[in-house]
Design a protein around this ligand. Structure first.
Ligand code: ZN
Length: 858
């Protein structure tokens, strides 16, 4: 990536080891909201002679004193710049020394929520990626690892940091973390908190104290997080042989948090929406996400903390692997088939979209200006897909051996993608030079498959001819072929599986595979399990797709056949062509099939989203028309509802779940099918069922489904008011309340709905969740955000400009609403560009947002 080599660009090729070794860090915090004192002692040793010591330190860190081995250096040897503090080599001893600093910071002024800040009266930190430099002067880079000894002074009752507690007295707590770690894994929390507590005994018999810390009053919503933690600890022992390594594991829920959660050693800090859940306030989807994110952060203890990244270019080393692990965990806890389909849907809607536009980058980028802009679907989700492909290529045994070797060889290291691939090569004997392109190249390969069938006496021969091509992405106009594992199965005309799944390894730009001695021409089930993150195109008629939807034994491929049918109907209709019949018939047969898993039927019944249809059209070189897409999707939904009205109303009644709410996969599956049916029926019954369900449902899953269905039909005002009255004091429910309105509004009104909500007093926009709810709610309404009059663009730009000086990370992240702007018609493009240029022209725009906007308009 070389598209925006600004002055502040960081390049992978420039990596140099830090010239000093840091062995131990001792810190004392005197926690005061407006003036916190931080005293830090660093045990340093020069690696080579004559090097200046450069420490990172944000502008707002005020240096009060500095000594080396107890003595203040000559001030002429100390240079403070905006973002660094340099001590000249001349002031440093040639042997190990102790550097002590005393600084003052103001957590109360920290609205960016990076470093030490205050959320609802509670002190907390977020240091990944480069937040620690806002706390004190430090070599804030992941390859500098030290043990930490931390003393916290505060009147607040609960004082937490990393590692094990080593002392507690009135107004003071001491923590020691014996595992050397980079500064980004540092954390502290101080507040008036209560814990839900439990314990876990590791397989070697060590007892670990577990706590989930929340604000008083929230305890009864923290139990599910604790259950999820215990399951995660057990799973990582059973599946990866990884045991926990401290005496305590603390999780803290925080209301103001830029991201989802953070894996600080022994002290995970979570966005409260990923901890707190009760049936009345959280949906099934929330429960599933909580379970997955608790697992994700816990799994980082090995993949991220024990083995960390050498530099931030290697971010996917820990994130791709940890996402892959949390996906495996969820498949084991719930339904593997459903999880795989959900993950593919998420990948397509977020990562393929990213790959298609100006923000495309490889899982391992080689240049960035602001690393916080690279916590992306490509680094996380595609990073996980790449590991899935590796596993498919080397097999389960090979994967296990490679991972064991990785943990053995690199425990305690700050590692690279090269190290990661090397363990696979050494453990399996495979050459991964070509495979590495998945890490270094951006873009989604287009894979085409053509079939040729030759009859012969001894049996027919089927030839599958594949070609691959990856479109240009910023800075990468041309790309070489990649290794693509293509899982294929053959199905006989009667629906029986003729050949079980086998993985074809494609390495060339075009390549053929033959199957001979076949009795009759089979139907090919291709890319089973979504064996590679590519866009597959093949000539297939709707009847064959319907056949696969009925007979494929691979659940992903079966779902995909239905998806393709739906997409073919929708893309045709959105270009004004008649279509839909085959899909409507096939879906009727599927929903009537009582033997099929309800979750699977729900996934098939949920039509592709408008965003996905737009991505599909655009990858085929067609300019998507958001209004036509919306209309086509609505028409198809209506057609399904009308055609299958009786079937759907029976199913709606049959899928009702009796008894108390349980968040487990089987009850959630029934609710998801029932809610998908409700969305269709609401188009016919005038909202009658949805209104009843909203009134009687005791759980948020059904209430939100009912409310959404009503809002999409322009109804639901009474339900909105009821929800607000009941939950005005519950931030997480009110976030849903803010999000659903612009999201489900009829497109022509969406921007206006968002604008009037933004004028409410309870639109607490400096809270990242609230901001994301409203601004993200609008951008989730495809035709609303892309309204032809530019109202969606203008509204979003107004708020990005307002947020940027307060919290640049959030502004930059939400700017991705614009990442697809180039694919629309000239009228929309002009309006989107004007909005982006207005942002770019703002005085004092953050480095974060500047990088995003300039990549988008490059
Ligand atoms: Zn992570």
């Amino acid at each position: 990536m070389t598209q925006t080599p600004g002055q502040t660009a960081h390049n992978l090729a420039d990596y140099r080891p830090y010239p000093f070794v840091l062995t131990a860090t001792r810190m004392t915090f005197d926690l005061q909201p407006k003036a916190t004192r931080v005293r830090t002692a660093l045990s340093l040793a020069p690696r080579e002679a004559g090097m200046d010591l450069v420490l990172d330190g944000g502008k707002e860190v005020e240096l009060l004193s500095l000594t080396i081995d107890g003595k203040a250096p000559d001030p002429a040897h100390v240079l403070r710049r905006d973002e660094t503090l340099t001590i000249a080599a001349a002031a440093l001893p040639p042997h190990p020394f102790l550097l002590e600093t005393d600084v003052r910071i103001d957590p109360s002024a920290n609205t960016a929520f990076e470093g030490l800040y205050i959320s609802n009266g509670m002190f907390c930190t977020q240091c990944e990626a480069e937040g620690f430099r806002h706390i004190t002067f430090y070599p804030d880079r992941p390859d500098v690892m030290a043990t930490f000894h931390v003393t916290l002074d505060s009147d607040l009752p609960v004082l937490l940091s990393n590692g094990n507690p080593v002392g507690q007295s009135q107004g003071r707590a001491e923590w020691h973390d014996p595992w050397p770690k980079p500064a980004y894994l540092f954390a502290l929390v101080a507040g008036d908190l209560v814990a839900v507590s439990d314990s876990f005994t590791t397989r070697s018999g060590r007892r670990v104290a577990l706590n989930v810390w929340v604000r008083p009053g929230d305890q009864d919503r923290a139990g599910f997080a604790m259950e999820s933690l215990i399951k995660s600890m057990k799973w990582d022992e059973d599946v990866y042989g990884r045991e926990y390594d401290l005496d305590v594991f603390n999780i803290v829920a925080v209301d103001d948090f830029n991201m989802g959660a953070m894996e600080n050693k022994g002290l995970n800090i979570f966005n409260s929406k990923l901890v707190l859940a009760s049936p009345e306030t959280a949906t099934d989807t929330d429960y599933e996400r909580i379970e997955a994110v608790i697992a994700h952060e816990y799994f980082h203890n090995w993949t991220g903390n024990r083995i960390t990244c050498r530099d931030w270019f290697q971010l996917c080393l820990k994130e791709g692997l940890t996402v892959f692990r949390d996906q495996q965990f969820t498949s084991d806890m719930r339904s593997a088939a459903v999880k795989r389909i959900e993950d593919v849907q998420a990948l397509r809607s977020r990562q393929f979209r990213e790959d298609q536009g100006p923000l495309a980058h490889p899982p391992r980028p080689d240049q960035y200006e602001e690393i916080n802009n690279f916590y992306t679907a490509t680094v996380y989700e595609k990073g996980a897909e790449v590991i899935g492909m590796l596993k498919r290529l080397v097999g389960d045994d090979g994967y296990r051996r490679a991972l064991d070797l990785y943990f053995d060889r690199h425990d305690g290291d700050a590692a690279t993608i090269e190290d990661w691939l090397k363990v696979f090569e050494d453990a399996t004997g495979r050459d991964l030079a070509q495979f590495k392109r998945w890490y270094t190249d951006a873009g989604t390969p287009r894979l085409t498959m053509a079939e040729d069938w030759q009859e012969a006496e001894a049996g027919g021969t089927l030839t599958l001819a594949f070609t691959q091509e990856t479109p240009p992405t910023p800075g990468q106009p041309e790309k070489l072929p990649r290794v693509i594992p293509i899982a294929v199965g053959l199905i006989g005309p009667n629906g029986d599986e003729l050949a079980p799944t086998q993985v074809l390894e494609m390495t060339g730009a075009s390549q053929s595979f033959t199957f001979d001695r076949l009795g009759a021409r089979p139907v090919v089930s291709a890319l089973r399990g979504f064996s590679a993150p590519v866009m597959l195109s093949r000539q297939l008629d709707d009847a064959t797709r319907a056949f696969l939807l009925a007979h494929d034994t691979d659940p992903f491929a079966r779902w995909e056949a239905g998806r393709e049918l739906a997409l073919s109907a929708l893309t045709a209709a959105s270009q004004g062509k008649a279509a839909g019949g085959d899909y409507v018939d096939a879906i009727g047969r599927l929903i009537a099939d009582g033997t099929a898993d309800p979750a699977f039927r729900a996934l098939c019944l949920n039509l592709p989203g408008e965003e996905e249809i737009a991505t599909r059209l655009s990858s085929g070189g067609i300019t998507p028309d958001p209004d036509a897409i919306h209309a086509a999707r609505e028409a198809l939904a209506r057609q399904i509802a009308e055609t299958h009205l009786d079937l759907l109303s029976d199913l709606y009644d049959a899928m009702a779940v009796d008894g108390p709410y349980r968040p487990d996969a089987s009850d959630a599956a029934r609710r998801s099918l029932r809610n998908a049916v409700l969305a269709l029926l609401t188009r016919i019954d005038g909202g009658e069922r949805a209104e009843i369900l909203f009134g009687i449902a005791g759980n948020m899953t059904e209430r939100m489904a009912a409310l959404t269905a009503l809002l999409r039909r322009g109804r639901g005002q009474a339900e909105l008011a009821a929800l607000r009255d009941q939950f005005a004091d519950n931030r997480l429910v009110m976030d849903k309340w803010f999000a659903v309105q612009p999201m489900a509004a009829p497109p022509a009104q969406a921007a206006q709905v968002a604008r009037s909500l933004s004028q409410r007093k309870d639109f607490d926009w400096k809270n990242p969740n609230r901001f994301r709810a409203l601004i993200g709610g609008l951008s989730a309404n495809h035709a609303g955000f892309h309204a032809a009059d530019g109202s969606g663009y203008d509204f979003t730009a107004d708020w990005l400009l307002r947020m940027d000086p307060v919290n640049p990370q959030i502004a930059a992240r939400m700017s991705t609403a614009f990442e697809t702007w180039t694919r629309y018609d000239a009228g929309r493009r002009a309006k989107a560009l004007a909005a982006l240029e207005r942002i770019a022209a703002a005085e004092g725009l953050s480095k974060n947002t500047r990088e995003m906007v300039s990549r988008m308009i490059a």
